[in-house]
Design a protein around this ligand. Structure first.
Ligand code: AMP
Ligand code: ZN
Length: 470
């Protein structure tokens, strides 16, 4: 596989440290609010990357952190007079619901910052012991002058760095390349933990370094995020981790361009954002949202419009129509070798395109060529049933990456829901009505509504339109 590495600004061959096993870290949500679909552009792209790696035969260990202590969370607590958990809890729940709806495969680990304070303090102490820090007014700072490589990832002009100038904010602009805060001294009305540096809380950058190291080791393969993460966040992660360990932190960096609205980055602070719920409430199919977020190459800014979303919906209809035709039409038995070779060639073109730095247009091109060719074969009665099965398998294989063709709601929960529905059917068969009701209630607690019809049981997720079997 080839990827575009942010550090070298070049396409490079990707080889994991351990053959066949990719260890990757993706910066996750800051849970002071609902995630918006700009965030989901990043997460859906990271899912495309993860699924492509698996498609190409790699095992993946992915870590996505949950930033549940950070400046904006503190501000929200103060604004609403709520506890930390009251602010973050509902947003964490919503985040997991949203990633299921968008069929983002679950990472192996979702560490929360507040569960890893000891690891963060250990890292800060190591940096202190090695002379990379200084204390001032109750806070501990990283001295960027003490790390010769500072600025390599973001290609920062070293002259911009002002000696000894400090910054306390978690987020700041390039012009503010300053010594950054590792541990923030406690202030009244904030949250704090006791520490060797005094009571306080971790800086955002320290959180990711400590959690990445804990779950992936000192050196791992791949670190991703949106381009806004390059500076200062990832620059600071490198400084902390490499200064502490004396080893390379990350072997490849990948960053996604932003999702834009009217030429501006979609962001919570600008107020120009849609949440996933906003769009679902307008009646759009979650698969169309996923397809829209996937369809633009990750290094190209994606301008979000409802018209674009409708276009993705229309593409989805073409896929659904073909799949319906394949189910519905009576086909003559047999196989067509030339056509099956075309299927194999397009499947291979699909994989090759994705292996070229996730060339999604190339991959979708292969899929839609197959759709066109198959439709015209169906029109002309030239699709034997044996070849239909070959095609179905190829489409299924492509859909392990795209996840837009299968019509069941969300990948993550489906198996569990189906298993419960099957147990309920068995209970009803055995006339154990109490058990059947119990299972229905359990499903209801999961947000699943059942509908018994003459054709069997249909289910849907509350408020999200039709689910399995419709
Ligand atoms: P945050 O919750 O702001 O820390 O962001 C979580 C992830 O979403 C990070 O990887 C960001 O780079 C990414 N992100 C935030 N806004 C956008 C946007 N408008 N387009 C693409 N990615 C974004
Ligand atoms: Zn991070």
């Amino acid at each position: 596989m080839k990827i575009h590495d942010t550090m070298t600004r070049k396409p490079v061959p990707f080889e994991p440290l351990e053959p066949g096993h990719v260890r990757m870290y993706t910066c996750g949500p800051t849970v002071y609010n609902y995630a918006h679909i700009g965030n989901f552009r990043a997460y859906v792209w990271e899912d495309l990357l993860r699924r492509t790696l698996k498609f190409l035969g790699y095992r993946v260990t992915q870590v996505m952190n949950i930033t549940d202590i950070e400046d904006k969370i503190i501000t929200r607590m103060q604004e609403t007079n709520c506890s930390l958990e009251d602010v973050t809890g509902p947003n964490i729940d919503a985040f997991f619901e949203d990633i299921d709806i968008l069929r983002i495969e679950r990472a192996e680990h979702y560490p929360r910052a507040t569960d890893h304070i000891p690891e963060m303090l250990e890292l800060a102490e190591k940096l202190k012991d090695k002379g990379h820090t200084y204390a001032s007014q109750g806070s501990l700072y990283f001295k960027i002058d003490s790390f010769a490589d500072y600025g390599r990832l973001s290609h920062l002009d070293k002259r911009e760095i002002r000696d000894g100038a400090r910054i306390d904010n978690d987020e700041y602009e390039k012009e503010d390349a300053r010594d950054f805060v590792l541990w923030k001294g406690f202030r009244e009305g904030e949250v704090g933990w006791e520490s060797p540096f005094g009571k306080g809380r971790p800086g955002w950058h320290l959180e990711c370094s400590a959690m990445a190291m804990k779950y992936l080791g000192k050196t791992f393969d791949l670190h991703t995020g949106g381009v806004d993460n390059i500076f200062p966040h990832h620059e600071n992660e490198i400084a902390q981790s490499e200064a502490a360990n004396g080893e390379q932190f990350v072997r490849y960096w990948m960053h996604a361009a932003h999702l834009m609205v009217d030429g501006q980055k979609m962001s919570k602070s600008k107020g120009n954002f849609y949440t996933l719920r906003d769009i679902l409430d307008k009646g759009y199919d979650p698969r169309a949202i996923r397809l829209l977020l996937l369809s633009t190459h990750y290094r190209t800014p994606l301008n979000f419009t409802l018209k674009g979303l409708a276009q993705s919906g229309a593409e989805l209809d073409r896929l659904d129509d073909l799949l319906d035709r394949l189910d519905r039409e009576e086909l003559a038995p047999g196989n067509n070798q030339a056509y099956e070779e075309r299927i194999a060639a397009e499947l291979s073109a699909f994989g090759k395109a994705l292996a070229e730095d996730l060339n999604i247009s190339g991959a979708l091109g292969a899929l839609f060529r197959l759709v066109r060719e198959t439709n015209s074969r169906l029109d002309q009665g030239e699709l034997p049933s044996g070849s239909r099965e070959v095609l179905r398998e190829a489409l299924l294989r492509m859909d392990t990456v795209l996840m837009v063709m299968t019509r069941e709601e969300s990948a993550g929960l489906d198996a569990e829901v189906e298993a419960l529905i099957a147990s309920r059917a068995a209970a009803r068969e055995a006339r154990d009505w109490a058990e059947a009701d119990r299972i229905r209630d359990a499903l209801s607690d999961m947000g699943i509504v059942l509908e018994d019809t003459p054709q069997g049981v249909h289910w849907k997720r509350k408020g999200l339109g039709p689910g399995n079997g419709e």
